[in-house]
Ligand binder design. Structure first.
Ligand code: GLU
Length: 299
C-alpha cells in the first residue's frame, strides 16, 4: 500500500515537473498556461504621434513581465513566458495590430519595474504589479485588470503559522522580494532580522524547501502557483490581508496610452477574451473566473 502511494505521488511529481519544463507535450497543461489565440487588429488606426501609432508603425512592442511566476508569467524552454499577465500583454498588443510573435518579452523582477519604464527599456509592464501612490510618483498605471491579496505560504506540515499574527510569536523567518509591496507590509508583523529578501519569488520557494525560512509572503495568486509547483510540499494559509490591484505600468503621464489600454481591457472583458485568458492560465488552479475590476481614471 505504502509503496503504491509513494509511486503515485512520484508519478504526480514527475507529471508536474514535465509540465513545468514544457516536455509533457500538452502545452495547455503547463503551469504558465498554454495561452490563447488573440485577435490581431490589422486595421487599427491611431492619432499620429501617440505611443499607439509609434508602436503600430514599429510593428513590435517590448513588454516587461515575470519569468519565474507560474500561472502569471513563467518562462518556458522555448524562451517564451506564459501566464495570465502574458495573455493580458498579448491582448493589448493585438489591439495595436501586433501579433504575439512580434512581442519582445523582458524579465521585470519587482524592484526593477519603475526603472525599466522610466528608462524606456520597455513599452509597458504587466507583472503582478500593484497600483499604489508611491509608484505613481514615477510611472502611470492602466487598469486594474485583477485584484489579488497578500497571503502566506508555509510547508504543508506546518500548523503553527496560521496568519500574519503568528509570524512573530513563532519566530519564523519570512521570505519576500525586494521592491514588492508585501515585503513592506510584512514589516508590521516580523522583526527585520527575520525578514529575508531575494530578487525573485522562486528563490523564496527554494529557501522554504530547504528550511532556511519558514514562510513566504506575497500575493495569494503568486503563492498559489508556487504551491501548485511544489508537488504537495507547500500550502497557503489562505488569510489574505491586503488588497493588491494589478495595473499595467507605462511611462508617467501617457494618458492616451492608458486610455487605450483601458479600452482594450474593457473590450476583452466584453468579448470573452479576458475570461478565456484566465481559464487558459491562472484558472487552471483558481477556477473562479474573476470579473474585470472597475478601471481607474487615467492621469
Ligand atoms: N503585487 C505586489 C507588488 O507589485 C507583489 C508581487 C510582485 O512583487 O510582483 O509588489
Amino acid at each position: 500500500m505504502r509503496g503504491k502511494r509513494i509511486r503515485l505521488v512520484t508519478g504526480l511529481a514527475t507529471a508536474l515537473a514535465l509540465a513545468l519544463t514544457g516536455c509533457g507535450g500538452g502545452g495547455g497543461d503547463q503551469l504558465g498556461g498554454g495561452g490563447t489565440e488573440v485577435t490581431v487588429d490589422q486595421n487599427a488606426q491611431f492619432e499620429p504621434g501617440t505611443t499607439m501609432a509609434n508602436l503600430k508603425q514599429q510593428g513590435t512592442i517590448r513588454i516587461g513581465t515575470k519569468f519565474d511566476q507560474p500561472l502569471f508569467g513563467l518562462k518556458g524552454l522555448d524562451g517564451k513566458p506564459q501566464g495570465f499577465d502574458v495573455e493580458i500583454g498579448k491582448i493589448i498588443a493585438g489591439r495595436l495590430g501586433i501579433a504575439p510573435d512580434r512581442i519582445e518579452w523582458v524579465e521585470a523582477p519587482s524592484k526593477t519595474r519603475e526603472e525599466i519604464i522610466e528608462q524606456g527599456r520597455v513599452d509597458m509592464v504587466v507583472a503582478t504589479y500593484t497600483i499604489n501612490d508611491a509608484r505613481k510618483q514615477r510611472i502611470s498605471f492602466a487598469g486594474p485588470y485583477y485584484e489579488a491579496g497578500q497571503d502566506i505560504m508555509v510547508r504543508s506540515d506546518d500548523n503553527r503559522i496560521t496568519g500574519p499574527e503568528s509570524l512573530r510569536p513563532t519566530g519564523a523567518k519570512v521570505c519576500s522580494v525586494t521592491g514588492s509591496t508585501p515585503a513592506e507590509e510584512i514589516k508590521k508583523y516580523v522583526d527585520e532580522a527575520n525578514l529575508v529578501l531575494f530578487d525573485v519569488y522562486s528563490k523564496c520557494a527554494d529557501a522554504l524547501r530547504t528550511g532556511q525560512v519558514q514562510a513566504v509572503t506575497t500575493d495569494n495568486v503568486i503563492l498559489l502557483g508556487l504551491v501548485e509547483q511544489s508537488g504537495g510540499q507547500f500550502k497557503l494559509v489562505e488569510k489574505p490581508f491586503t488588497s493588491e490591484p494589478y495595473g499595467i505600468g507605462i511611462k508617467k503621464g501617457d494618458v492616451k496610452f492608458c486610455e487605450f489600454i483601458n479600452q482594450a481591457l474593457t473590450q476583452a472583458s466584453q468579448d470573452g477574451s479576458y475570461a478565456k485568458a484566465w481559464q487558459a492560465t491562472a484558472g487552471k488552479v483558481a477556477k473562479q473566473t474573476p470579473p474585470l475590476p472597475q478601471l481607474d481614471p487615467c492621469s
